[in-house]
Ligand binder design. Structure first.
Ligand code: AKG
Ligand code: FE2
Length: 321
């Protein structure tokens, strides 16, 4: 029988004294669940992750208030031309199958950030959420490092520059009589993504070929593994396939934090998952910023044929897959 469960992992052992024996057992159990989830489908949920629940709730209230402003007002913080990603407010192009609008930011202090004036508390709350999420990202990266049996701090060293991380507050429009696509099925291009959402629901992940709804739970963060980890591990860890469906009569709000990679880094399968174990690389190496640009183009100039949408398979070595 199909298994529709999505593991929830308690991260509290990773905040406790490392010398404690019972802490070690709980941490080992968590690592085992994460390893299993990442090896098969690339997603799970976490609790006790360090991001305060009240702050997440407040962030959702404030982004809702922002999105309720008029389109003209929201356009006051539209992106500067030429930024690597559109920081500020954007709405998906009318010809996009994705039906949502979003507010994107880089790390607090980035000169690219454009914040709305209303509601006045939004900026500070966004910056706080960002700071907490980046810490959770570092913790999860260390945990993945351990799950993969890589040398201590390997991923930390490879991905030491936090300036390309970004966060998006999203609002999905109500479904119509005829269609309900919020974001078409995709894998995230980055390293690790964290999502929290309001009570409406709509995020779905594909596990063993079946779409499973992520029922919103207070204080939970959904974790998706992205394509960078998939390529580094030569497919040992999967990037999560997910989508968002819209609800009739309700807008949906969520936040997605993209723990990312600096654009000049080369992404290619690591020797630990190729030559060291006698396996061929399944991807050719590429500069991360090239891939991020191609993925952005999917959004700004949505191809009319779904088969023209760029995925990580763009870099796949055909004979090795
Ligand atoms: O809104 C969500 O729940 C997920 C968003 C997402 O998948 C994305 O922005 O890549
Ligand atoms: Fe996504």
């Amino acid at each position: 029988m199909a298994d529709f469960t999505i593991p929830t992992v308690d991260l509290s052992p990773f905040f406790e004294d490392p010398g404690d024996q019972s802490r070690q057992k709980k941490a080992d159990d968590a690592i085992e669940i994460i390893r299993e989830a990442c090896s098969h489908y690339g997603f799970f949920q976490v609790v006790n992750h360090g991001v305060p629940e009240d702050l997440m709730r407040r962030a959702l209230e404030l982004s809702r208030a922002f999105f309720e402003c008029s389109y003209e007002d929201k356009l006051k913080c539209r992106p500067y031309p030429g930024a690597p990603l559109p920081a500020g407010y954007s709405k998906q192009p009318d010809n996009s199958p994705d039906k949502n609008e979003y507010l994107l930011m880089f790390p607090p202090g980035s000169s690219l950030n454009i914040y709305p004036d209303y509601p006045p508390e939004l900026r500070e709350v966004l910056e706080q959420v960002f700071t907490y999420m980046a810490k959770t990202g570092m913790l999860l990266e260390d945990i993945l490092n351990e799950c993969l049996g890589l040398p201590k701090n390997f991923l930390r060293g490879y991905n030491a520059d936090r300036s390309w991380d970004f966060m998006v507050a999203l609002r999905y429009f109500e479904a119509t009589e005829h269609e309900n696509n919020g974001i078409s099925e995709h894998e995230d291009s980055n390293c690790i993504t964290f999502v929290f959402q309001d009570e409406v629901g709509g995020l779905e992940v594909r596990k063993n070929g079946v779409w499973i709804p992520l029922v919103p739970k207070k204080g939970h963060l959904v974790v998706n593994i992205g394509d960078v980890i998939r390529v580094l591990t030569n497919n040992k860890f999967k990037s999560a396939t997910h989508r968002v469906v819209r609800s009739k009569g309700q807008f949906r709000h969520s936040y997605a934090f993209f723990y990312n990679l600096q654009g000049d880094k080369v992404v290619e399968p690591l020797p630990q998952f190729t030559s060291d174990i006698g396996e061929l690389p399944k991807y050719r190496g590429f500069l991360y910023k090239e891939y991020q640009q191609l993925r952005l183009r999917n959004k700004t100039h949505p191809p009319s044929r779904p088969e023209d949408v760029i995925h990580i398979t763009h870099y796949a070595i055909p004979t090795a897959l």
